[in-house]
Design a protein. Sequence first.
Length: 519
Amino acid sequence: MVLIIGLAIFIRLYGVGFGLPYITHPDEPTIFYRAFTLPLQTYSLNPDWFIYPSLYIHIQSFVYGLVYVVNFILGIFRGTFVHIKDISEAAFYIWGRVTTALFGTLTVYIAYLVGKETFNKKTGLLAASMLSVYLLHVDCSHHIKVDVPMGFFLLTAFYFAWKIFETSEKRCYILAGLFAGFTISTKYTGGLIIIPIILAHLFSDKKERVFDKKIISTLFFIIGGFILTSPYALAHPRNLMNSTLYAASYYAAGGTTGHGGTFLENLRFYFSYLYSVGLSSKLLAIVGLLGTLSAIFRHKKRDIIILSFPFSYLVFLCFFKCCFTRSLIPILPFIALLGAGFVVKSVEIISKKLAFGQSSSNILLILLSLAILIIPLKKVVLLDQRIAQKGTRVESMEWINTNLPRGSKIAFEGYSPPVSDELFETYSIETLIIHDLDWYLVNGFDYLIASSSMYGRFYTDPIKYKEQISSYEKIFSNTTSAKEFKGDWHLIDSLNIAYPTIRIMKVNKIKIFSCSGRR
């Protein structure tokens, strides 16, 4: 287990400084600036913003405070006074990302404990090994975002839910409720963890009765865990309501970029992503699927409890029109658990039929495990090596700073290079096609910058996004290419951010007027 944990933390920490000192990830500042600036500017931990609850923001604030205190103490030994402004923002970003990586590694360890309790030690070790090399989990562990920490709290709550099923001890009810509260306080969608907690209580043969004090205390501790870690949410109910309604409407409407679709389209998207990318290899995906089907076929109490969260959560996700791959993070440990259980059980059956001894059976399991893990391990190592490099967004930013005239008016869409607003007059917009070419001309723009990480998502479905593609083609064909940095559009978040194709286009004013029919 020590070897697995060592591997898990190494591949989650390697490349953790990607993109820095430039902030290239559009989501990280959402957490970072609220955790970093609010305590300094308002001397309060109130984020006054509840689209995400507050727990991970507070954790990040604590980490940044610790970084400053350590630097301050070191400064005293050097005979200098260290002000917080003397520490680079990149240093805080790195430690914020390290925190997420640690949560990801702790999740791998909890996966081992859950596998050990629900099946056996061998299953726990293999489940932890699988989760440690799932590409989606490794990738998201590099970012200051809430999904990986939420996955840790959720799986820990599930662990204690399982202990409720086995022992029905009061402390397990309390801890399951408390960690469920922490889960919700990290991301609201984690609230579905209450389903396996309730099932564990109902299926337990050692419970006193259906509605006893212990299960009621769990509900109180869920609420208490949330209030304890997101206290300002209840202090500002109107703000909380407005934030959650905004988030719900955004997901329900499909955001502003139109990704997502019907329930079946979303289900197909998520399954396709897990099969082709998220689980690192098609073989690991098949193993996970076989393990899930085996659990469905057996449908014992144990299987129902394990399946209850990933099934209900996936159904919940598919009702929304926004499809974010990072939303799958909480179900990855359950896929690893079921897949590992299937592999271990299969080896036991084969060993029994071939009359293998215990040592031969163990060797067979080790060889089979290595066979299914070697390709995923290679992929995550390649991912880490690549994101540690400069990337097309930083390369294009350096070219822009060197070659474009100072003071140029530049419009750029999401996932474009971090254009300096000190050197240029900048206009950030989610997608360039929100406006037509004439609008950019009338408003005096000199250059437009497009990123395949944004426009590429429309080209993945030419029929559905015919209108959007047509709008982009009008921009591409009626502007002059100043420079293009070739990359690949990826479904892996870090590569999607670091290596898109960047198109820098000079506004051709005469051509735009002529194509619009004006003189």
